[in-house]
Design a protein around this ligand. Structure first.
Ligand code: AMP
Ligand code: MG
Length: 508
C-alpha cells in the first residue's frame, strides 16, 4: 500500500486534510497523527477489524491493549461503565493532556481494542490536530505509539515513516511533538488509584485532586517476579540496536566513569556512544557523544530521548553509555523509559571510578623545556590501558619558553616532536589527589614537597618505576648527550607504562 504523507500546520489546520484522514479512519483504515506525547497510530476504536490491522502494522503482540483517544469528556459514557466520581475531577484538571485513565469497559468497546481485558484505557489529547482528527473520525480513535513494536516511540513524522511506510494509509506530519514520552497511565479500577506507567503528569500533581496514588511496584526498579499491571510494560520496549548501559552516581562520577568505560571499549575496537547533557558533553573525548538536553530543564531531555535512541541506531555503535537523571518530576518517566531501553543494565559510577587511581600525569622538571616535555610526549605514544591527561610542568618558569633545540632535534630523529610545547609553571591546583607528579631527580622531588607538602602522589620517575637509572640533565652538553638522555627516558617510560597498566589488571 502507498502511504500518503501530508504536512499539517497546528496553527492553521487544513480541514480538507482532516476530513480526508477522518474518512480513512471511519472506513477502518490507519492514520498516524501527532499528539502532545508521541505520534499515535490511529484506528476506529469501536471496530474490531481496525484493531487487528493496528497490531499487524506495528507487529505488536495482541495482548497489549490500545488506548482509546476521545475529544470530549462526555464521550466517556459510551465506552466506560461504573465510572468513579474522581474521574470527573481528574478530567477537569488534566484533560486535555497526557493522562490515560483505566476504567471498566462498556460492551461497545471490542475486546480487540482492549487486548481481551474488561477494562479500557482512555485519554483526551491536547494536540489540536489530534482532537480535530478524533472528531472527524467519529469520536473514538484507538492509538498506540506509531512505531514498530520494540523500537523507540516516534516523536516526529519522519520516525513514523521509517517504521510504517507502506503499512498504513496516511501519516499526518504536524512537526515534532511537545512532551516526547508517552502519557501517564492511572488505573481507576483500584483504590487507591495506581500509576501503571509514569509520564508527564506525576503522582505529586494528581494527589491534591484524588488523594493518595499508589505506584505499580514493578516500576520502581526493584527486581520482582510480578508482571506489570499494564500489559505493555512487560515488553522490552524502546530498544536501541546497541547495548545500552545506564551509569548511575553523582554527575561528576558519572562523567569520569563513562570516560573510563569509553576509553576501555575503544581500546577493544568497539564503537561507543554516549548520552550526555548540555552540562557534560564537552567532557567526553571518545565515541559518538549526543547532547540530550539540559539538566536544568528535564523536559528537554524527555523531548529528545527517543530521537537520540533512534539516531544511535544509524550510527552503528556497539555500546551506548548513558548518564542517569534525578527521579523527580518527569525524571521518573525518563528513567523508566531509559531503563527499559537498557533492559535494566546499570553500572555503578563509583565502582568504575575507584578502579582508576590517577587520571592525570605531570612530569615535573626545573624549566619544562627538555626532559619533562620529552617524557610527556613519549608517554602519550604508549598503549595505556586507562585514559590519562599527560602534561609537563616546570618549577621555575618565567615565560612560555619553547623547548630546548637540541632536545627537539633528538626527538625529531626518533620521529617525535615537541614543536607545539611551551613551558608552563606548575601550580598549586595541580596537587589534587588523582594527579601523579613525576620529577626527573631527587632534588626536584624534595623541593616540590617542601613547597606544597607531601600529598603522597609525588615521586621521582626512577623511584616510581623501581629503576636504578637517574635521568642526567643534558643541558649545555653536546647533542649526543641529549641522545643518551632520550634513550634513558625511553626505557623509564616503557617501565612507567607497564606499571600504570598493571593497575588495571590487579586494581589500583
Ligand atoms: P502505547 O499506546 O503504545 O503507548 O501503549 C499503551 C499502553 O497502555 C500499553 O502499555 C498498554 O499495556 C496500556 N494499556 C492499555 N489498555 C490498558 C488496560 N485496559 N489496562 C492496563 N493497561 C492498559
Ligand atoms: Mg508504544
Amino acid at each position: 500500500m502507498e502511504t500518503i504523507i501530508k504536512k499539517i500546520d497546528k496553527m492553521n489546520i487544513d480541514q480538507k486534510t482532516i476530513q480526508e484522514a477522518g474518512e480513512i479512519l471511519k472506513k477502518g483504515g490507519l492514520v498516524a497523527f501527532p499528539t502532545e506525547t508521541v505520534y499515535g497510530l490511529g484506528a476506529n476504536a469501536l471496530d474490531e477489524e481496525a484493531a487487528r490491522k493496528t497490531y499487524a502494522a506495528k507487529g505488536r503482540p495482541s495482548d497489549n491493549p490500545l488506548i482509546v483517544h476521545i475529544c470530549e469528556v462526555d464521550a466517556l459514557n459510551r465506552i466506560a461503565v461504573n465510572i468513579p466520581e474522581e474521574v470527573g475531577r481528574l478530567a477537569e484538571k488534566f484533560w486535555p493532556g497526557p493522562l490515560t485513565l483505566i476504567l471498566e469497559k462498556s460492551d461497545e468497546v471490542p475486546y480487540g481494542t482492549t487486548g481481551g481485558l474488561d477494562t479500557v484505557a482512555v485519554r483526551m489529547p491536547s494536540d489540536s490536530i489530534a482532537r480535530e482528527l478524533i472528531r472527524a473520525a467519529g469520536g473514538y480513535v484507538s492509538a498506540p505509539s506509531a512505531n514498530t513494536s520494540g523500537r523507540p516511540s516516534p516523536t516526529a513524522a519522519e520516525h513514523v515513516r521509517e517504521d510504517l511506510d507502506g503499512k498504513i494509509e496516511m501519516i499526518l506530519d504536524g512537526g515534532s511533538v511537545d512532551i516526547g514520552l508517552e502519557s501517564t497511565i492511572l488505573d481507576m479500577t483500584v483504590t487507591p488509584p495506581m500509576i501503571l506507567r509514569p509520564g508527564a503528569i506525576t503522582a505529586d500533581m494528581m494527589e491534591p485532586v484524588v488523594g493518595h496514588v499508589s505506584i505499580d511496584e514493578t516500576l520502581l526498579g526493584r527486581e520482582t517476579d510480578k508482571a506489570p499491571k499494564a500489559p505493555g510494560m512487560k515488553y522490552r520496549h524502546y530498544a536501541p540496536k546497541a547495548k545500552l548501559m545506564i551509569v548511575e552516581g553523582n554527575v561528576k562520577e558519572e562523567v569520569l566513569a563513562i570516560r573510563q568505560l569509553c576509553y576501555a571499549a575503544v581500546r577493544e575496537g568497539k564503537r561507543v556512544g554516549v548520552i550526555a547533557t548540555n552540562e557534560t558533553y564537552s567532557y567526553y573525548t571518545n565515541g559518538v557523544v549526543k547532547n540530550i538536553g539540559t539538566r536544568e530543564n528535564e523536559k528537554t531531555i524527555a523531548r529528545n530521548l527517543y530521537a537520540v535512541l533512534r539516531e544511535f541506531d544509524d550510527e552503528e555503535v556497539d555500546e551506548i553509555y548513558s548518564e542517569s537523571f534525578a527521579l523527580q518530576g518527569i525524571g521518573n518517566a525518563i528513567m523508566n523509559r531509559l531503563e527499559k531501553a537498557a533492559g535494566h543494565l546499570r553500572i555503578s559510577a563509583a565502582s568504575v571510578v575507584k578502579q582508576q587511581k590517577y587520571r592525570r600525569i605531570i612530569f615535573v622538571s626545573m624549566t619544562d623545556t627538555c626532559r619533562g616535555p620529552m617524557a610527556a610526549e613519549m608517554l602519550r605514544r604508549e598503549d595505556l590501558h586507562q585514559e590519562y591527561v599527560i602534561d609537563s610542568r616546570g618549577m621555575v618558569v618565567l615565560f612560555p619558553e619553547p623547548v630546548n633545540q637540541k632536545a627537539e632535534a633528538v626527538m625529531k630523529s626518533a620521529q617525535m616532536t615537541m614543536a607545539s610545547h611551551t613551558a608552563v609553571a606548575l601550580s598549586e591546583a595541580e596537587m589534587e589527589g588523582d594527579i601523579l607528579l613525576l620529577t626527573m631527580d631527587e632534588e626536584q622531588k624534595i623541593k616540590l614537597t617542601e613547597q606544597y607538602g607531601d600529598n603522597g602522589n609525588i615521586y621521582t620517575l626512577k623511584e616510581f618505576t623501581g629503576e636504578e637509572t637517574d635521568i642526567p640533565n643534558p643541558y649545555g652538553k653536546p647533542l649526543n648527550v641529549y641522545g643518551e638522555c632520550l634513550e634513558t627516558l625511553s626505557k623509564l617510560i616503557h617501565k612507567l607504562t607497564e606499571k600504570l597498566n598493571s593497575f588495571t589488571e590487579g586494581g589500583a
